[in-house]
Design a protein around this ligand. Sequence first.
Ligand code: S3P
Length: 449
Amino acid sequence: MLAAIITLQTQENASQNLIIQRPPSGLSLQGRISIPGDKSISHRALMLGAIAEGETEIQGLLLGEDPRSTAHCFQALGAEISELNTQLVRVKGIGLGNFQEPMDVLNAGNSGTTIRLMLGLLASHPGRFFTVTGDDSLRSRPMSRVVKPLQQMSAEIWGRNSNTLAPLAVQGQALKPIHYHSPIASAQVKSCILLAGLNTEGKTTVTEPALSRDHSERMLKAFGAELSIDPETNSVTVTGNAKLYGQKVVVPGDISSAAFWLVAGSIVPGSELVVENVGVNPTRTGILEALAMMGADIQLENQREVAGEPVADVRVRSSQLKSCTIAGDIIPRLIDEIPILAVAATFAQGTTIIRDAAELRVKESDRITVMAQQLNKMGAKVTELPDGMEIVGGTALVGAEVDSHTDHRIGMSLAIAALNASGTTTIHRAEAAAISYPNFTSTLKEVCR
Ligand code: S3P
């Protein structure tokens, strides 16, 4: 069997086209894959390391663009962070409440997690003034979801569109604790409020409508914060005037990055892949459950716990997928995997329905519109719903010119779709993958046989 021809072309404007030519005879994917560190855990390790006392050692940090944005912001706030170019990153913390006033605007780049979590910390640093911004995508994403609860805690935040869009200015204050009932299941909202509660006298509680990823809770406890969790009501309470102490953090592989290979291995006939060291925290494993519903052949091997997070190697063998409905409480546990699940659904027998996922419209791009448009260019049958998609599976895809819309997960999802499309697919603005998966293309080349 001939391998696919995979080429990355850099354009004059520095953007990259990823060109995938599938041989007429098809291809198969084989091998063992190591994936980059978990993005959510990487952000939190850098942030908690920065506000802790003493040194934090981070092994396996994601060396992608998003954690680099976090590192730059927290360096500007006074933390010493070693270069992000090795597998071991050291953070010398400054202790809670000790941010210095940065000389310039804090730039969170493309990263919603950086700006939203950081806002909780900035707002609760009395007497200091901060300004925060991001790239074109981030400046159009809603900040009201964190600004409103922070204002309830008496934070002072200003910005465009009635203080809801970055750039934002923050005058740090001594905040008051609240019990916040979040209307959305969002780990960014939950974590923002909990981080604000750290430097606030009293107890701050967040209740969410469904459980979102709990990496902040796990790591806050490990760093010494006093935290109580009520699983019955999806509530977390943090006690203020906390003291955090530097820790050794081991970052597992990102299940959101593993997801591309789990779908690729399922849909490309004759494939068998093992993705090593995948974080399988139950608040993140919705993708495994959805693929199981679709009849995927996936096994967890060598299950273990590493530094407070469950980890496994995940084996996938190709199989004929079938449609399913993905809706309700599972959505926050697979929200970032919906673009690649849409690709899986395109190759599944029957009609897959994805609902209750309106949040996708305010991610790095409007992932409902963009995924539907781009997959349909390849011949898929995807219809947008206000809060999801309806995908009629089983139509053969044909190579086309598609675009990531600068959204990392869209670009990589389209690359996986291209492996099973006839002819040549060109993915424009493919460099977006570097946000969460800098070696995506080299791994793609390695596994294609
Ligand atoms: C994240 C939470 C999720 C997720 C994002 C990372 C986090 O966002 O989509 O990629 O690290 O807390 P929401 O909290 O907005 O759902």
